[in-house]
Design a protein around this ligand. Structure first.
Ligand SMILES: C[S@@+](CC[C@H](N)C(=O)[O-])C[C@H]1O[C@@H](n2cnc3c(N)ncnc32)[C@H](O)[C@@H]1O
Length: 279
């Protein structure tokens, strides 16, 4: 409204009114900048910890990394500069996004990094092969269903905060003397790999007298074979790779589960739509 009145003025009057409008609106812009709705405050990850996060996730040239709540852009910039990855930083504070773009230019990685003023909860994560986060426990938990739905094998690294009962696949303690909080001045770095979904029943033409069933919780699964040779085993998923204690290894691709030749379950299993042939 104020701007539209300004725009209808002519000549010197118009200049005068534009100056007034600017002065009127400037404090509003300031207040807006100060009242960005943050789910997490801006605290930076120390350099040693950023390096450990990218190292534990084995970030490389082939990766596309998304940093959720990217602050001044340091993790995306380091991933591009030292690890050769491409990346996107998602940050709700526009001033930090502007600073990140400047920092990326100064680091010579503006062509391999992008920064968007965006709410991390509304961000499409499907393009990422690696996701990094320095958020808060409740924010991690709120993000968990969306992270678990990503492509199997996507790596997720979190600084300090875990993912509740989804236990990490690997964990490090990193000295962080520059941290302002915490008695021991160390950081926790945790890695998760999104597991494929093996839960449910499976049938195989190579084993018509057997039915295979899994009960899965995150990257762990309990396997049970019923029929002619009944047995139980524990299994662990690393993305789409399944390692079954005493039952060999398998690769899971969509509705096919293929056990290696050394396994007692060797061959291809398909998701059961009804009872298996031998039942
Ligand atoms: C603890 S800082 C981490 C900064 C950076 N990732 C690092 O590790 O140095 C969290 C960042 O998340 C941003 N943030 C908070 N809520 C957000 C939201 N809903 N969407 C996007 N960014 C958000 C904050 O502005 C802050 O910069």
């Amino acid at each position: 409204m104020t701007l539209s009145v300004c725009n209808t003025m002519q000549g010197t009057n118009r200049f005068f009114f534009r100056a007034c409008c600017f002065l009127l609106l400037w404090p509003t812009a300031e207040i807006f900048a100060q009242t960005v709705d943050l789910d997490v405050p801006f605290v930076t990850t120390p350099q040693s910890v950023s390096e450990a996060m990218l190292t534990i996730a084995a970030v490389g040239k082939q990766d596309f990394l998304i940093d959720l709540g990217s602050g001044d852009g340091r993790i995306v910039i380091l991933a591009a500069k030292k690890f050769g990855a491409r990346g996107l930083g998602v940050e709700i504070d526009p001033q930090l996004v502007a600073a990140s773009r400047t920092n990326a230019k100064q680091a010579g990685v503006a062509n391999r990094s992008e920064f968007r003023t965006q709410d991390l909860f509304k961000t499409d994560l499907t393009r990422a092969s690696v996701i990094t986060m320095y958020l808060l426990p409740d924010v991690n938990i709120a993000l968990r269903p969306k992270l678990l739905a990503l492509k199997p094998g996507t790596r997720i690294v979190s600084h300090d905060w875990d993912m509740g009962d989804w236990l990490p696949d690997a964990e490090l303690r990193v000295p962080a003397p520059e941290k302002k909080l915490g008695l021991d001045r160390t950081s926790r770095v945790m890695l998760w790999t999104v597991p494929a979904v093996v839960d449910g029943r499976w049938c195989s033409r190579a084993h018509p007298a057997l039915t295979l069933a899994f009960t899965q919780k995150y990257q762990r699964a309990d396997g049970e074979v019923t029929g002619l040779h009944a047995f139980k085993f524990a299994a662990r998923l690393n993305g789409a790779h399944l390692l079954a204690t005493g039952a060999g290894e398998a690769h899971l691709g969509g509705s096919r589960l293929v056990f290696n030749a050394a396994s007692p379950l060797a061959g291809t299993w398909r998701r059961a739509t009804g009872a298996c042939a031998g039942k």
